[in-house]
Structure formats: C-alpha cells, structure tokens
Design a protein around this ligand. Sequence first.
Ligand SMILES: NC(=O)c1ccc[n+]([C@@H]2O[C@H](COP(=O)([O-])OP(=O)(O)OC[C@H]3O[C@@H](n4cnc5c(N)ncnc54)[C@H](OP(=O)(O)O)[C@@H]3O)[C@@H](O)[C@H]2O)c1
Length: 372
Amino acid sequence: MNLPYSAIHAKYRLIKKALMNFTIICRQKLNKHLDLSYCNLNKGLKMKALVCEQFGPPESLVIKEVKKPIISKGKLLIKVSACGINFPDTLIIEGLYQFKPEMPFSPGAEVCGIVAEIGEQVTGFKIGDRVVSGVTWGGMAEYALAEPLFTFKVPESIGDEAAAATLMTYGTSMHGLLDRAMLSYSDTLLVLGASGGVGTSAIQIGKAMGSKVIAAASTEEKLTWCKEQGADHLINYETIPDLKNAIKELTNGKGVDVIYDPVGGKFSEPAFRAIARGGRHLVVGFTNGDIPKIPFNLPLLKSASIVGVFWGSFIRNEPENNERNIRSIFNLISKRKLTPKVSKVYPLKEAVKALNAMKNREVLGKIVVKID
Ligand SMILES: NC(=O)c1ccc[n+]([C@@H]2O[C@H](COP(=O)([O-])OP(=O)(O)OC[C@H]3O[C@@H](n4cnc5c(N)ncnc54)[C@H](OP(=O)(O)O)[C@@H]3O)[C@@H](O)[C@H]2O)c1
C-alpha cells in the first residue's frame, strides 16, 4: 500500500510524541524511585527541609528535598532564614502535642524570613518584607506557609536570628504577665524554669516593669544565666529541700504576687502554697511532664487565682491587643530594655542536635536553626 507523504509524516509525529511522553514518564518514575522527586524536571518547585515522616524522637527526622508549599488564599509564603526552637517542637515530632500535623511535615514553630509570595485576599504585606511568623510547624524548611494574623514585620535593628527567637517567648510572656496577671512594679514575680525560652523573657519583662524577680532553675549555670538577665533572687528548685519555705524566706513571709509557671509537675503546688494574698499563678506549660492537680481549697484559703495563659487563642480572639503587645516588644528591644538571648545557632544539618538539646533540658535562653 502506498501512503501519501503527508500521511506518513503525521504518523511519524504521532509516534514521536508517544515516545516523548513515554520518556518523560520513565524519567519521572526513575526520579521518584531515586527519591529525587522530579527535582530535575521541576526545578524551583522543590526545597530542602527537615522532615518528620513518622512520630518519633529527633533521630527519626531526615533532611531531604520535598515539594515547596503552594501559596493559597489568605496565606503568605515565607523564604525562611532562621527558625527559633521551642519546647513544643520536641513534643510535636513525637505526636505528644495538642496539634498533630499530617505526615510528612517539618517541625519548627516560629520563623524569620522574607515574604516570597502573597495569597489572594492578604493585605498589609508586600513581597520582600522581612517578617517573623508563628507557623506552629513547617519552619525548619527553606519555605514556610504563614497566616498573616501570626506574622509581623521586623524592625531593621533586630537581626534574623534574634528575631526568630522573639515572637513565641516574648509574645507569650507579655500576654501572660500584662494581660493575664496584670503585673505591676510593686509585685514580686517568681519565674519557674527561668533560664529557658519563655522563662528568660519573663525575667526580662518583669524587670522592665520594675518588679522584683525571683528566678528558679535546676543548675548553678542556669541560675547564673538568670542573674545575667536581671533576676534579683535565685532558687535552685532541684536542690532546695523545701521550695515553699525558700520563697517565703525571700519575701519575708508574704509570698509572691505572681508565679510564671511553664514547668508544672512537682514544682507548681509548693510554689502556689507560697503565693501572697491576691496572687496570680500563671499556667503556661508543663515541661516537667505531669499536669499538677492543685487542691481546690488552696485558691480559696489564699484569695489567689490560678490563671490560664494561651497565647495562640489570644492572637485569634484579640488580634489588635496582640499587635499592640508585639509592637511594645519590638519597641522595648530597640530601646535595649529587652534583649533576645540566643545561646547557640545550629545549621539545618544539625537540627537534630538542636532538638535533642531542647529535649534534654540543656538550653539556655533560646537556640535557633539557620536555614542555609
Ligand atoms: N501557654 C502558651 O501559650 C505557651 C506559649 C509558648 C510556650 N508554652 C510552653 O512553655 C513551656 C516552656 O517552653 P520553652 O520553649 O520556653 O521551653 P524551654 O526553653 O525548654 O524551658 C523550659 C524549662 O523547663 C524546665 N524543665 C523542668 N523540667 C523539665 C524537663 N523534665 N524537661 C525539660 N525541661 C524541664 C527547664 O529548666 P530547668 O532545667 O531549670 O528546670 C527548662 O529550661 C512549654 O511547655 C511550652 O509548651 C506555652
């Protein structure tokens, strides 16, 4: 059979197209198999990240190429430069936190970086803005999706690493001490876990308010750190025989007006037993493991309050008040009344070490992972 030249040419083009499609599919399958996940075919759609593929300790995390998040309505995409580490990061990877992300995910709850893309309906930001954002998870990656409500422009005077160590700790402590405890200059403030992230910020805010601050921590090195943050009195709550008596002695029997408690466990009840009349015990967290069960008669006998602090809920329900707090924090940092304290910066490839330091109670102030 003799086919005209044009028909032969059409058949040839069909065969060529089919072969090309076949080649692309083979390359995609091969890349997937090699775990390159299209990285050569779709350059620019991939990013480096620390990834949790199943709940477990820090050692179970891996650094790999994953899909870059896709911008969506109401969101910002941030090119991350630094990610602050917080105690909840150690819980979220083990499935022990109040939020359980879908797998796979990257840990990292707060970031500093540059706005790279802006979703529909977002106002108040432009591409290139340098921001900090509370992202809950997703921060230990080159790009992270962020909610505008939890994102704030950073003054130029604050560097990326310090900024990545500011939002969660100072935001929580400012809300706890000012909005919830109404701390005043005439109050005595007791800070438990005082050398940690939120603890260090609570000492500094207490001193900036003019209050007297008693810092409690577990080692002499940590107490020296607290002294450097401005604490007036120090208690080693692991070695002291009776925490309640130690507090009473330091306050001439009156007790403390405000307790800032991110630790819980065995320390909360003796601390509450040393609270002054009208005192406020701020429930911030439970790094010591157990959620304490304080007898209900104690608040009655002491005319004192147990006050919950939930910064995330405050941001959602009172965004203007939170904005006001964040502005005050940045302002106080610019005036050097507050100083974000980063004791160590880790490269992304050592993020597991950073999470282990946090898990093993070794951190002074804040640690940060630099995203290179
Ligand atoms: N409520 C909120 O809105 C809110 C917001 C942010 C954070 N938080 C909570 O605040 C808490 C502290 O967070 P962070 O990031 O500041 O943590 P962090 O830097 O690790 O500080 C916590 C401190 O807890 C003390 N601690 C006592 N027993 C511990 C144990 N078994 N394991 C680990 N630490 C222990 C440690 O000091 P010593 O060794 O001196 O005892 C440590 O310095 C967490 O529970 C977090 O979830 C709550």
